[in-house]
Design a protein around this ligand. Structure first.
Ligand SMILES: [Ca+2]
Ligand SMILES: [Ca+2]
Ligand SMILES: [Ca+2]
Ligand SMILES: [Ca+2]
Length: 402
C-alpha cells in the first residue's frame, strides 16, 4: 500500500468521525465538537522535544478541558493546549476531553516518539541540495479545498489520491490550483530540504498566486520539518507569521464546517466555531453540478486554521464591482509589498517571498527552524464578494529561492 492510500484511509476515518458528530448544523443544542490538526489523530516528535497539542473546539458552552492517558485515565492536564514531551521513544496514547454545558466530546491521539531528540542534531534527517535538485516543489501530498466555484471544475477526482494527483499536475504545468473558501489547503514537498538562509534579504522560498491590485485572496503559509524522517508531512506545522499576526482581529484556531448540499446546483452551507452560519454560493459562471469536493465522502467536513479579517468591499453599485484589498506582507496570492520581489530568481511574476525565520509556535514564539521540508498554503479569510463569489487562494507554484 502506498503512502497516499494510507493517508486516504486515515482521512476517510476522520471524515466519518466528523460526519457522525457534526451533521446537526444550525442546531443550537448540538454538543461540542473537537477537530485535531492531525487529520489522523497521529503525531510524531523526537524524544526530548516538545509537541504542542492544540485541538480546535467548536460549539462548547462554558467548556472545561482534560488531558488523560487513554489506557487508565490518569490526568495529565486541564488546559486547552497541552505540551507533550517524552524522554523515551515509543507510542503514547492520550485522550482529550471537553466537558461543556451542552455536552461532552473526546478525541484519542497517538504520539509516535522517535529516539534521539536531545542527543541527535536537529538535522538528522536533513536532505542537502545536489546538482540535480529542482527549485520547484515536486510533489503534492494533499489537496483538500474548501467548497468554491473552482472546485470540481474541469477535473473529476473521486479519491484524495486523485485530487492530489490533479493538483500535482497543475502545479507542474504552472496552472492555478484553487483552494476554495476558508481553510482549503494544498501541501507540497521538494526533492531536498529548504534552508533557512541567513544573510541576503532573508527570503527562503516563494509561492506563486494570481493576485493583482484589488484582487488579493490571502493564503496563510505553514511549514514543516520531516522530523521523523519518514518522508511524509505528518510532523508539526508551524505558521509563518505575516503582517496581521499582531492584529487583534486575526483569529487563530478558527474552524468552519461545510455541509454537502442535498442536490445539484445548491449553495454549500457552513457553520463556524463562533456560531455563525453562511453559504458558499453557486453562480452561473461555474456550472459544474456541485462546489463541494466530490472526493469527500462524508456529508460534512471541518477545516481550521488562522483567519484574517476580510478587507473586501463593493466599490460600485451598477455594475456592482468588489475590491479584494491587500494585506501588507506575509500571505500568498496577495498584492503585498513582498509580491514580485524575486522576479530575477523566479523568472515569472506572481511569486510572494517567504522567510522561514517567521515560523512561529502556537503561542507566537519563534520556532527557530534551520530548514523545512514541506509547505502548506491555506485560504486565510472567510468572505465572499457578491457575484464574484467566495475569496479563495490560488496557488500556481512553490519554489526554493536558492
Ligand atoms: Ca531565511
Ligand atoms: Ca514525517
Ligand atoms: Ca480565487
Ligand atoms: Ca486569486
Amino acid at each position: 500500500m502506498n503512502t497516499r492510500s494510507i493517508k486516504t484511509m486515515l482521512m476517510a476515518a476522520s471524515f466519518l468521525a466528523a460526519a457522525c458528530g457534526e451533521d446537526t448544523h444550525a442546531d443550537p443544542t448540538a454538543p461540542p465538537a473537537i477537530a485535531l490538526d492531525s487529520e489522523s489523530g497521529i503525531y510524531s516528535v523526537k524524544a526530548g522535544r516538545t509537541l504542542r497539542l492544540a485541538p480546535v473546539v467548536t460549539r462548547a458552552v462554558n467548556p472545561s478541558y482534560r488531558w488523560t492517558t487513554t489506557a487508565d485515565g490518569t490526568e495529565l492536564g486541564r488546559t486547552a493546549v497541552y505540551e507533550f514531551t517524552a524522554a523515551d521513544a515509543g507510542q503514547y496514547y492520550l485522550t482529550f476531553t471537553v466537558a461543556a454545558d451542552n455536552g461532552t466530546a473526546a478525541k484519542d491521539l497517538r504520539i509516535d516518539v522517535a529516539a534521539g531528540g536531545c542527543t541527535a542534531p536537529e538535522s538528522a534527517y536533513y536532505r542537502p541540495k545536489t546538482a540535480a535538485s529542482a527549485a520547484a516543489c515536486n510533489r503534492v501530498y494533499e489537496f483538500l479545498p474548501a467548497p468554491g466555484q473552482f472546485v470540481n471544475e474541469g477535473y473529476a477526482a473521486a479519491t484524495a489520491d486523485e485530487a492530489a494527483a490533479y493538483a500535482e499536475s497543475r502545479l507542474a504545468a504552472g496552472a492555478y490550483v484553487s483552494l476554495g473558501g476558508f481553510g482549503g489547503y494544498v501541501t507540497v514537498g521538494f526533492d531536498h530540504s529548504i534552508d533557512n538562509a541567513t544573510g541576503g534579504d532573508g527570503y527562503d522560498f516563494a509561492v506563486r498566486g494570481n493576485a493583482f491590485e484589488g484582487s488579493s485572496e490571502p493564503g496563510i503559509v505553514w511549514v514543516m520539518q520531516d522530523a521523523d524522517g519518514d518522508g511524509l508531512p505528518n510532523d508539526t506545522w508551524y505558521e509563518l507569521k505575516g503582517s496581521e499576526a499582531g492584529n487583534a482581529a486575526t483569529r487563530r484556531q478558527y474552524a468552519v464546517t461545510y455541509y454537502r448540499p442535498a442536490g445539484n446546483r445548491q449553495h454549500v452551507a457552513w457553520t463556524d466555531s463562533d456560531g455563525n452560519a453562511g453559504t458558499v454560493d453557486v453562480n452561473n459562471y461555474h456550472t459544474q453540478p456541485s462546489y463541494y469536493p466530490q472526493w469527500v465522502a462524508a456529508g460534512s467536513y471541518t477545516l481550521h486554521g488562522t483567519a484574517l479579517a476580510p478587507r473586501n468591499e463593493p466599490v460600485t453599485v451598477n455594475p456592482e464591482y468588489w475590491l479584494n484589498r491587500a494585506y501588507d506582507w506575509g500571505y500568498a496570492d496577495n498584492f503585498g509589498a513582498d509580491l514580485d520581489l524575486h522576479l530575477a530568481a523566479t523568472g515569472v511574476g506572481g511569486y510572494t517571498g517567504f522567510k522561514i525565520e517567521n515560523a512561529v509556535n502556537p503561542d507566537g514564539s519563534p520556532a527557530a527552524l534551520l530548514y523545512i521540508d514541506f509547505v502548506k498554503v491555506q485560504t486565510g479569510v472567510n468572505a465572499k464578494s457578491g457575484w464574484m463569489g467566495e475569496l479563495s487562494t490560488e496557488v500556481m507554484g512553490v519554489m526554493d529561492l536558492k
